[in-house]
Design a protein around this ligand. Structure first.
Ligand code: HEC
Length: 163
């Protein structure tokens, strides 16, 4: 008898605890299912960049931006997070070595500079002074125009830490 009471006294908080955990797990799943900012930006827009920036892409220029891989949302996210510009020649060469994304700092991210005219014109990198608004190129024209909604999502993703 004593034992039974002790058991049920323990069981109630355990049941409550798992019910609470269950709720947290379910809402976590919903957030992922809807897609984060980056995935939405990729699905709606950045996938077009793969016509040039993907291994073997028809529009690729040999040796240029071999680090960028827009084949899938996952490869795009990974190559943008860890990569930096490489293989650029001529006027763009001063951007070689510039990271595509600086977590938390959209104004200093080369990815934003190629998507947003304002960021591009104000680009001011202490480490690469030559990579300014004339060296970073507008990439929106290469995919037929800008998509303000998707670009806002890229900005939100970088601002939130580019995870
Ligand atoms: C038609 C081919 C083509 C498409 C489509 C394209 N790019 Fe590029 N991209 C290039 C080339 C070529 C370069 C090398 C620099 C240059 O020529 O301007 C480059 C360079 C870059 C760079 C390096 C920075 C710079 O200014 O050179 C980034 C970042 C970049 N592209 C991102 C993108 C993104 C994001 C998209 C999609 C919105 C995209 N590109 C679409 C061809 C393309």
């Amino acid at each position: 008898m004593r034992n039974l009471r002790l058991r049920s006294a323990l069981l109630v908080p355990m049941w409550l605890g798992s019910a609470l955990l269950g709720t947290a797990a379910v809402s976590g799943c919903e957030a992922v299912a809807a897609g984060d900012d980056f995935t939405q930006a990729y699905d709606g827009y950045l996938n077009k960049c793969a016509s040039c920036h993907a291994p073997g892409a028809a529009g690729a220029t040999a040796g240029i931006e071999t680090t960028l891989d827009f084949s899938t949302a996952d490869t795009a996210r990974a190559s943008l997070k860890t990569g930096s510009a490489a293989g650029l020649t001529g006027n763009q060469a001063s951007c070689n070595g510039v990271p595509f994304v600086v977590a938390g700092k959209p104004e200093q991210s080369l990815l934003m500079a190629v998507l947003d005219e304002n960021v591009r014109q104000n680009l001011d990198l202490a480490s690469h002074a030559g990579c300014d608004g004339t060296a970073a190129t507008d990439m929106t024209i290469r995919v037929g125009g800008a998509d303000a909604d998707a670009i806002a999502k890229v900005r939100a993703w970088i601002t939130a830490g580019a995870e």
